[in-house]
Design a protein around this ligand. Sequence first.
Ligand SMILES: Cc1cc2nc3c(=O)[nH]c(=O)nc-3n(C[C@H](O)[C@H](O)[C@H](O)COP(=O)(O)OP(=O)(O)OC[C@H]3O[C@@H](n4cnc5c(N)ncnc54)[C@H](O)[C@@H]3O)c2cc1C
Length: 390
Amino acid sequence: MTTIAILGAGYGGMRAAKQLAKANTGAQIILINKNPYHYQSTELHEVAAGTKQPDEITFDIRKAVDSSVKVIIDEVTKVDQDAKKVDLKGSNPLAYDYLVNALGFESETFGIKGADENGWPILDIDTAVAARNHLEETLKRYKTSHDANDLHIVVCGAGFTSIEYLGELVYRLPDLAEEYGFPLDQVKIDCIEATPRILPMFDPKLADWGVKFLEGKGVTFHVSTPITEVKPDAVVSNDTVFPAHTIIWTTGVHGSHVIADSGYDQKRNRVVVEDDLSVKGHPEEFLVGDVSAVPNPDNGRLYPTTAQISIAQADCAADNIVARIKGGEPKKFVYKSLGTLCSLGPKTGIAEVNVMGHWKLKGAKASAAKKMVADRSVAELTDVPDIMRK
Ligand SMILES: Cc1cc2nc3c(=O)[nH]c(=O)nc-3n(C[C@H](O)[C@H](O)[C@H](O)COP(=O)(O)OP(=O)(O)OC[C@H]3O[C@@H](n4cnc5c(N)ncnc54)[C@H](O)[C@@H]3O)c2cc1C
């Protein structure tokens, strides 16, 4: 029997499993993930800030996939491309005829000293919960320590994750101040960014609105400020020191380490794939989501790593596997962005939406659009309509 192995049950892996099951090719579909649950990575910052609980953004993979899909809970350690097998941490290697590799992202530290040890990343449920616990314990401690640095928070990087985290953080702080009895007006939040612009993917007026909103809530942005070291109680940029007892590390991501460990021709654990998303020299193997790198034909630059692209890629990879099994022609990956949305807490945000025209939104409308996209993404991964409701 033909075996299709899907690695990772994030956006790309879940969507590929759904589409391949629907195609009914007679092949055995095996989905491998290290946890028994899927998490909505696009909402991890909410768990990290404490505005959502983990169970609001997770669901049981086995309940969400078609009953024809076999689910294995294990960690992938390596892909042997020539032998066409996947090594697993806890069980025997798995042979495949077709592979969808959707192992997703890990934190990028750019080799900065102390970043791994002293920064709190937001990567998955465990790290988001750890960041939340640290934040709460540190703020709570102020009541007895009276150490100003217990109220100082540094967010490293000003990309999407950082900005969305800051939005949730400033929303939650008044409740935390009441609960733990610390002076809200003494909380200091610094966001440190190496490049000169914040939110460069948005129209400058929208980006400016978003920045002013966060500044109005007490965030200080430091642009053109490259981080040179992260200490246990401070972030350093050359001669400037930003003391803080909570250091959130959200400077960017690279692909899964399994990519480098498996000997792929890669850069930052991302592999430039062929037009049909297969790996050069391996027409049976497809990379989707954050482990893949696809040049945008409009400007030659790589597409950003987003859930939206992972889902679109999974559709293309699934279609191409079905075509190969049935003797059809694979198709090229074509992507049309539906827009870019950035939340600034649960009630506001900014967005540029490409649906029936091009819309620039800010405030509650942008927030509503973002929530609609999040709900739709769940529907794109599973046929179980109320999977997020416990
Ligand atoms: C806080 C935050 C906010 C974001 N907001 C947005 C947004 O608003 N819009 C947007 O489009 N994108 C957003 N993104 C980016 C988006 O989440 C990623 O691009 C997307 O999750 C990538 O999907 P993926 O399928 O490649 O992998 P992932 O979603 O990362 O899934 C990978 C899966 O593989 C599993 N896995 C990893 N390693 C192994 C292993 N060795 N063995 C077995 N299983 C493994 C993981 O547990 C996970 O289930 C955001 C990211 C973050 C962190």
